[in-house]
Write a protein that binds this ligand. Structure first.
Ligand SMILES: [Zn+2]
Length: 328
């Protein structure tokens, strides 16, 4: 499809949306068109369902951490302008469920950008304690946490990356590092968490993936992949590269060495931060996350009072999701 044909489809979808009260960018409309194979009626249907979901659940009021509001981050971040380098910590306001979930996670960090200007999300999947996670967390808690992370990614970090790149950035590059993975991780209840997350992203955050690298995949992973693949859209599957131990070259093709952690073949070590590039509770390279009475046991990512403040305070709510910004 030529750029002109794409622009025409976007224009036609916009004409179908005369009644909507949001000012959405062409890039946002294009995400839905790509996800629905450029079928305008189907893209419109998915878009309206997304608006409805966001309104019903007041997703737009979800608090997001910014340099200005100083809310605690929900996972480690490195290398962005609008929020200082920080780790997930047991600070007041983060829900107890977020801290509990992370206790069993191998480590996650939104770490700098790739050569296209997209943020890079790194997860040390191989160190996840899948069985403990499934036993100790509810799917609603994992979803609540995931939505909090998604809103932060799209409303704070993507806008930051767009400003830096001078163009609209609405996709992230993901690296799942399978180092450490074994048969014990082939645990169906834990895989259902992945299904819940993939369902949410494919329905309400379509086409937000740039590249997806699964590195150091052991042979056991083939079985996991067979199960997970059935839950993913063909468009998502097409972006996933499964690589064994020879991951260095493909990663460096996408990410400059100074932006890629040393343990993935780059030169970055984030020496200034506890836990370095990707802090991990399981590997115990960062401060332990011990909840106290200031971390409430709720399904949402932040405590109830902070979630409530998001409904009335622009500062707590942070930037809006539907951008009208121009980056060029
Ligand atoms: Zn680093």
């Amino acid at each position: 499809m030529t750029p002109e044909e794409r622009a025409e489809k976007v224009k036609r979808l916009r004409q179908e949306l005369v009644d909507i009260k949001y000012h959405v960018t062409d890039e946002y409309l294009e995400q839905f068109l790509i996800a629905r194979s450029w079928n305008i009626a189907n893209a419109k249907e998915q878009l309206l369902r997304t608006f409805e979901w966001r309104e019903t659940n007041r997703i737009g009021d979800h608090p997001v951490a910014t340099g200005e509001n100083k809310l605690p981050v929900l996972y480690a971040v490195r290398g962005y302008q609008s929020v200082p380098d920080s780790n997930l910590e047991a600070r007041p306001g983060v829900s107890e469920s977020v801290l509990r979930i992370n206790k069993y996670m191998g480590g996650a960090c939104l770490h700098k950008t790739d050569k296209e200007g997209c943020p890079v999300y790194i997860e040390r999947l191989g160190y996840h304690r899948a069985k403990e996670l499934a036993k100790n967390a509810k799917v609603e808690e994992v979803q609540g946490y995931h939505i909090g992370c998604n809103e932060f990614l799209h409303r704070v970090v993507m806008k930051d990356c767009s400003k830096a790149a001078g163009r609209h950035i609405n996709r992230e590059t993901v690296i799942f590092d399978c180092t450490g993975m074994g048969w014990y991780q082939l645990h169906m209840p834990a895989l259902y968490f992945i299904k819940a997350i993939a369902d949410c992203d494919q329905k309400y955050y379509p086409e937000t993936l740039n590249k997806f690298f699964l590195v150091n995949a052991p042979s056991a992973f083939v079985y996991v992949w067979k199960i997970v693949k059935a839950w993913l859209d063909p468009g998502t599957i097409a972006k996933i590269q499964i690589i064994g131990s020879d991951f260095k070259e493909p990663l460096l093709k996408q990410i400059a060495p100074e932006n890629l952690p040393a343990f993935l073949g780059g030169e970055c070590t984030c020496d200034h931060m506890d836990g370095n590039c990707v802090p991990s509770q399981v590997l115990k390279n960062a401060k332990p996350l011990v909840p106290n009475e200031k971390n409430e046991k709720v399904d949402t990512a932040y405590n109830a009072d902070i979630m409530e403040q998001g409904k009335t305070s622009d500062i707590i709510r942070g930037p809006s999701f539907y951008g009208r910004e121009k980056y060029t």
